[in-house]
Design a protein around this ligand. Structure first.
Ligand SMILES: Nc1ncnc2c1ncn2[C@@H]1O[C@H](COP(=O)(O)OP(=O)(O)OP(=O)(O)O)[C@@H](O)[C@H]1O
Length: 270
């Protein structure tokens, strides 16, 4: 499991970025997506990047995953400067087609373990089954991806991430394409899993409410190019107090900060 208990050191730094600047080369020249952003996330924490569309949230997540080279600054995972992707980080995307269609759910979850070649087939199957139980998908263990709902596919993608034992789970709007009820169930289950498994999470979302609920800390980014506006400690919020006056106060404050730069109307989603 992620951040395995035997290696879990509360307070130890899981990942950090210092002066992170990200550029894309386009036909019109260099496009600066993110400028001089710094953050850190201790093991067991859940850092959420929140900002308006195009502010560079996904670019930061891709850079931490090692898919996008940095133009300035650096990213450290467990104190080591990253140089590309690695088994210490695993990504769950928004898209429902992350599973291999010709493999069953259990085979999909076992697949990264088999590819890594560290364990035998029987153990990989057993670990996959255990991860699927944890995400509430035991009944669909032998199903093929095309027979699953969107929520079930995201559960399977989370199980596959859990089973790898990566240090950091990176989630790029994993629930954005789900209906409101399914989204809430997945949020509940992610929080429960985070509590039980104590994994470290970098999470990207458009939803202010989801950000406060999921995150132990929020990192707010300005509109394009993304620069840090503010950070919020949101560890006190969970499903039991979502929507209370204090929670709503933070929603309002975040909203004002994100929309202060423009005259846009307030919105729950940015
Ligand atoms: N492959 C690419 N080539 C060129 N520009 C890109 C590329 N990917 C992203 N960008 C640009 O970089 C900026 C940041 O994009 P990014 O997708 O990281 O933002 P975001 O905050 O995740 O947006 P959204 O919330 O809409 O998904 C945007 O201006 C976007 O157009």
């Amino acid at each position: 499991m992620l951040a395995r208990n035997e290696t879990f050191l509360p307070g130890a730094q899981a990942f950090e970025a210092t002066g992170l600047t990200l550029d894309y080369r386009t036909s019109k020249g260099t496009l600066r997506a993110v400028e001089n952003v710094s953050f850190s996330c201790a093991e067991g924490e859940r850092l959420v990047l929140l900002g308006r569309s195009g502010c560079g949230k996904s670019s930061i997540l891709k850079a931490v995953a090692g898919f996008l080279p940095v133009a300035g600054g650096e990213i450290l995972v467990k104190g080591r400067r990253i140089d590309g992707a690695g088994p210490d980080r695993i990504v769950v995307f928004q898209e429902f087609d992350q599973l291999l269609p010709w493999k069953t759910v259990r085979e999909n979850v076992a697949f990264p373990l088999r590819v890594a070649g560290r364990i035998g087939k029987a153990e990989a199957r057993e670990r996959a089954a255990e991860a699927l139980r944890k995400v509430g998908l035991e009944r669909a263990i032998d199903a093929y991806p095309h027979t699953l709902s969107g929520g079930m596919k995201q559960r399977a993608a989370i199980a596959r991430a859990l089973v790898t034992g990566a240090d950091v789970l990176l989630m790029d709007e994993p629930f954005a394409a789900l209906d409101a009820l399914t989204r809430r169930r997945l949020q509940e289950d992610l929080l429960r899993l985070a509590e039980n498994e104590r994994f470290t999470l970098l999470f990207v979302t458009h939803s202010i409410e989801e950000a406060i609920l999921i995150g132990t800390r929020l990192h707010l980014l300005s509109a394009h190019p993304g620069r840090t506006i503010a950070t919020f400690d949101t560890a006190e919020f969970d499903l039991s107090n979502a929507g209370n006056a204090r929670f709503d106060g933070v929603v309002k404050e975040v909203n004002q900060l994100l929309f202060a730069e423009t005259n846009d109307e307030d919105a729950d989603h940015v």
